[in-house]
Design a protein around this ligand. Structure first.
Ligand code: FA5
Ligand code: MG
Length: 449
């Protein structure tokens, strides 16, 4: 296993991330320089970048009802393991913690895998009076080790949203949530696009927390669901309107959504919302009522609050709204991309050119003394990403088999090389592909077939 860590341990030198230095640990660090290079780009802050335009549209809509949300958009990507996992009640064996899924900097710090990592801190700002608002939105870049294709990139963007009410024995908060909910409902009814909701509200296997009354639970979860539906109605309405303008098509004015049961360690009950879009269900957002444990960690006395949270992925929605065919385009520096978008406008991306791709296979025997499971697909992806950067469009494991006599295992990956911005020559592809092979041999001791 030692060998497999060599590439990831970016020497034993400290890492410089967004202007700060972080100690590394050769047994833990798996952040590569190519990932460090993606930190601090702040795409969600650029008001004429699709991700930034979408963030702005959602913030504006959610704050148009009662201005309850304080917006945090500049949190740094390095957080503690405590903030990302423990404070949220992640069990110690949760798969999200594994090194094959998460970028670790050292034994205490990592690149956040979701914006929920900042929930506790923002709740604490409400608790200690630093924020006078009863809710907040957090938008940021998040990092996950993952496969490589047109909808997956190791960095994407999320928006976290939370709302909180203080409980009291007179039940003032009940009146407050009712008022807040009716404002929300009237706003939702003014949207031109009607949301048709499927909601199997069964709580089987997804129970409410015992401390809240059924009425509190109902009001708070209605407020959560209507808030998210408002976002969905607004965002898709803009898309439907631009389709009406730009395409001569019969465009529906209804949108089908469904709420389905989910599980998150720090919310109960939990749900996900999916939207029916171009003949498929698209997952947009996870959410739920916040567990008392998190609010206690933020300084609130037990059972003194009732609160909801959601976490929305911005990139997939932005790809759909702006008709962006490949997620790598968000990261390009090419002006032909950036000049197409302007603040506040959802427009359709016009591809400036389609550059041909070039496919190469790489097949190799795993070292016979090593269990096949020791090489995680995400580790192979990381090597390809580090070596070829944004010139990889797609990687697939296309074949694996075990030789019956030699008891050796073979894997074959198919890599499609393609640039978003220019033509790449055959000899350039060959050179990169050879380098990928070399890195696989050096790191995993494999035998290329
Ligand atoms: C979370 O990250 C939770 N933190 C969400 C949450 C917040 C739940 C608050 C409860 C309360 P999940 O891993 O499902 O959950 O990601 C949330 C959303 O991010 C998804 O619904 C999806 O829209 C988006 N997303 C997840 N993975 C990717 C990816 N690889 N690429 C693009 N978008 C993604
Ligand atoms: Mg999910």
């Amino acid at each position: 296993l030692k060998g497999s860590l060599r590439l990831y341990s970016v020497a034993s030198a400290p890492l410089n991330i967004c202007g700060k230095r972080y100690a590394t640990d050769e047994n833990i660090t798996n952040v590569t320089q190519s990932i460090v290079d993606l930190t601090g780009r702040g795409l969600h802050l650029k008001d004429s970048h699709p991700v930034g335009i979408l963030r702005d549209a959602i913030e504006t809509k959610l704050n148009s009802t009662d201005g309850a949300f304080k917006c945090y958009n500049e949190f740094q990507p390095v957080v503690s393991i405590y903030e990302n996992f423990d404070s949220l009640g992640f069990p110690s064996d949760h798969p999200g913690r594994s090194k094959s899924d998460t970028y670790y900097i050292n034994g205490e710090q990592l690149l956040r895998t979701h914006t929920s990592a900042h929930e506790m801190e923002c709740f604490a700002h409400i608790q200690n009076g630093e924020s006078k608002q009863s809710g907040f939105l957090i938008s940021a870049d998040v990092y996950r080790r993952d496969e490589i294709d047109r909808t997956h990139y190791p960095v994407f963007h999320q928006m976290e949203g939370c709302r909180l009410w203080m409980r009291n024995s007179r039940g003032d908060h009940i009146k407050q949530i009712q008022d807040d909910l009716s404002k929300l409902q009237s706003q939702l009814s003014q949207q031109k696009t009607k949301i048709i909701v499927q909601d199997d509200s069964s709580l089987e296997g997804n129970p409410k927390q015992a401390y809240m009354s059924h009425n509190e639970f109902e009001l708070c979860s209605q407020h959560l669901k209507r808030s998210i539906e408002l976002v969905v109605a607004e965002v898709f309405e803009r898309k439907l309107e631009s389709m009406r303008r730009e395409k001569d098509l019969e465009i529906p004015s209804e949108l089908k959504c469904r709420w389905i049961k989910a599980y998150f360690p720090w919310t109960a009950p939990s749900w996900e919302i999916e939207v029916w879009w171009q003949d498929d269900w698209l997952e947009l957002c996870g959410c739920g009522l916040v567990q008392q444990e998190v609010l206690k960690n933020a300084g609130f006395p037990a059972e003194s609050t009732i609160s909801w949270a959601f976490g929305l992925g911005l990139d997939r929605i932005a790809m759909l709204l702006f008709e962006i065919p490949d997620i790598r385009l968000f990261w390009t520096q090419d002006e032909r991309f950036h000049s197409q978008f302007q603040k506040g406008v959802i427009s359709t991306f016009k591809p400036y050119s389609k550059y041909p791709g070039s496919t190469r296979d790489i097949a190799f025997w795993l070292p016979s003394d090593k269990d096949f499971k020791n090489i995680h697909t995400n580790d192979v992806m990381e090597i390809i990403r580090t070596t070829a950067g944004d010139l990889v469009e797609n990687v697939k494991l296309i074949d694996q088999f075990t030789h019956p006599k030699k008891l050796k295992k073979s894997l074959c990956y198919r890599i499609n090389y393609q640039s978003m911005d220019r033509n790449i020559t055959n000899s350039e592809v060959n050179e990169i592909h050879n380098e990928v092979a070399k890195q696989l041999i050096e790191t995993f001791d494999v035998e290329v077939r």
